[in-house]
Design a protein around this ligand. Structure first.
Ligand SMILES: [Ca+2]
Ligand SMILES: [Ca+2]
Ligand SMILES: [Ca+2]
Length: 474
């Protein structure tokens, strides 16, 4: 495959290193530790790149050619099977030849794409101020027994503190649909405190997997994956070491009506916890993000919630989200917190032009666009509450956080409510209904493509006229 002069030039620009920035990045971030910056300011894992080839033979030829010239080691990690080829991660013995390696790979007839192993971050402002939850060594604590829910339901004591639910009309929507355990949502994040008293009932339990027997019972390639997977630490306990993922999960679907704490936008759902971000920085790699998206795609998720971003355009991630699109999975993404225009300065994954990507800006309790929120008259679709949002944090606790990270799970939870009421609704239809039903706000005119903020109660009125009576029960 030939690469245009333009694409080669952009690779040159992207992979040229800045040693000053490299030093500043290395300080204070524990893992992933070997971080460098492209000239455009995108962090990546030093000495690593992703390459898409048509065959394993092509990969061997590439590595053979690169062994002498740039020191590519033969350890190759398969990352993603895409339509037109397979992505692998390649390690170099030294980072300073990464640019040369990517350029020579791109010139090879065997290679379809090559790009750095970018780093992504959570898109919230202040979770670093929260006490860091402990992890019980590698992998987090054992799974607790799932408690029985009160019957009839008991009101959640902190419901009145959730202005976001009032703004979007969640309580009215619950008259039609409160969610369903049949709707499987992947929270792709820093992991989840899956034992949290307000989350445990809504965590996915992989029906094909037996806990802790050391056997991959459902033969999906992951041993003992009961509530999801930890791609960062490569184990079956995606416990949250940061608070961010537990917080986003609570906004999607903290258990409603259990007489405890809060409720999510959906009172009921099945949350698949996929951890690829972590540490105090809430960071993770392109490689692990793709593996998490692929796991969700292949294991039945209907919606993916993505409160993270920050990388450059990645063809590998585009391919992964494209696979999810082919399977009809909605991909909800945070617009970002740099307060900039995504139309002129795209941020990813929010800005991928794919039919299943739904991008969310943040508003506050006065319905103003948050000062930190990215926007985009074309690239950002709608807004949702994302300033001072109360939700779950590890250890049966609750705290308020701000960010487009907090707006995104409001939209995800709304999609759960719709999917529970209309199980046949496709990702495209979910996206269209959520966009068509926004509440128009003057503060959002010209800032998001719909000019409005999520209004789930209105989404049900539209759905009824388009798709008929909703499913009752769960
Ligand atoms: Ca398994
Ligand atoms: Ca097992
Ligand atoms: Ca609750």
């Amino acid at each position: 495959m030939k690469f245009s002069v333009r694409s080669c030039a952009s690779v040159l620009a992207v992979v040229a290193l800045s040693s000053v920035a490299l030093l500043s990045q290395a300080q204070g971030s524990r893992t992933p530790k070997n971080i460098a910056l492209t000239e455009d300011g995108f962090p990546y894992v030093r000495g690593e790149y992703l390459v898409k080839v048509r065959s394993s033979d092509a990969l061997e030829r590439l590595l053979g050619n690169q062994y002498e010239s740039v020191g590519a080691v033969s350890r190759k990690v398969p990352v993603l099977n895409a339509k037109s080829g397979t992505w692998y991660k390649i390690n170099l013995s030294d980072d300073y030849k990464l640019r040369e390696a990517i350029l020579s790979a791109r010139e090879s007839a065997d290679v379809i794409y090559a790009e750095p192993n970018y780093i992504y971050h959570t898109t919230s402002l202040n979770e670093k101020n929260l006490p860091a939850p402990g992890r019980n060594g590698k992998g987090g604590p054992d799974y607790k027994e799932i408690p029985a829910l009160p019957n009839p339901p008991v009101a959640d004591p902190q419901l009145s503190n959730l202005y976001g639910l009032s703004k979007i009309g969640a309580q009215q929507a619950w008259q039609v649909s409160a969610g369903s355990s049949k709707v499987l949502v992947a929270d792709i994040d820093t992991g989840v405190d899956y034992n949290h008293q307000d989350l445990i009932n809504n965590m996915w339990r992989n029906p094909g997997e037996v806990v802790g027997d050391g056997i991959d019972n459902d033969a999906n390639g992951f041993i003992d994956d009961v509530v999801g997977w930890d791609f960062r630490d490569k184990d079956a306990r995606p416990f949250d070491d940061n608070s961010h993922g537990t917080h986003t999960t609570g906004t999607i679907a903290a258990t409603g009506g259990n007489g405890t704490g809060i409720s999510g936008v959906a009172q009921q759902a099945s949350i698949m916890a996929l951890r690829f971000l972590g540490g105090s920085q809430g960071s993770g790699t392109l490689e692990d993000a793709i593996k998490a998206i692929e796991y969700a795609t292949d294991n039945g998720a209907q919606i993916m919630s993505n409160s993270w971003g920050g990388g450059a355009y990645s063809q590998a991630m585009f391919d992964a989200i494209s696979r999810a699109n082919d399977k009809g999975i909605l991909f909800v993404a945070a617009a970002g917190n740099s307060g900039t225009d995504n139309d002129s300065k795209p941020t990813y994954p929010a800005s991928y032009q794919l039919p299943n990507v739904l991008t969310v800006a943040a508003t506050d309790s006065a319905d103003k666009l948050a000062s930190f929120s990215c926007f985009g008259a074309k690239a950002v679709h709608l807004a949702a509450p994302g300033v001072k949002i109360l939700s779950t944090t590890p250890g049966d606790k609750y705290a308020s956080l701000s960010g487009t990270s907090m707006a995104t799970p409001h939209v995800t939870g709304a999609a759960v409510l719709l999917k529970a009421a209309y199980p046949k609704m496709t990702a495209k239809e979910l996206k269209a209904v959520l966009m068509d039903s926004v509440e128009q706000l003057p503060s959002l005119t010209g800032k998001v493509s719909t000019g409005g903020r999520l209004k789930i109660s209105k989404a049900f009125a539209i759905s009824r006229s388009m798709f008929g009576e909703p499913n009752s029960g769960n």
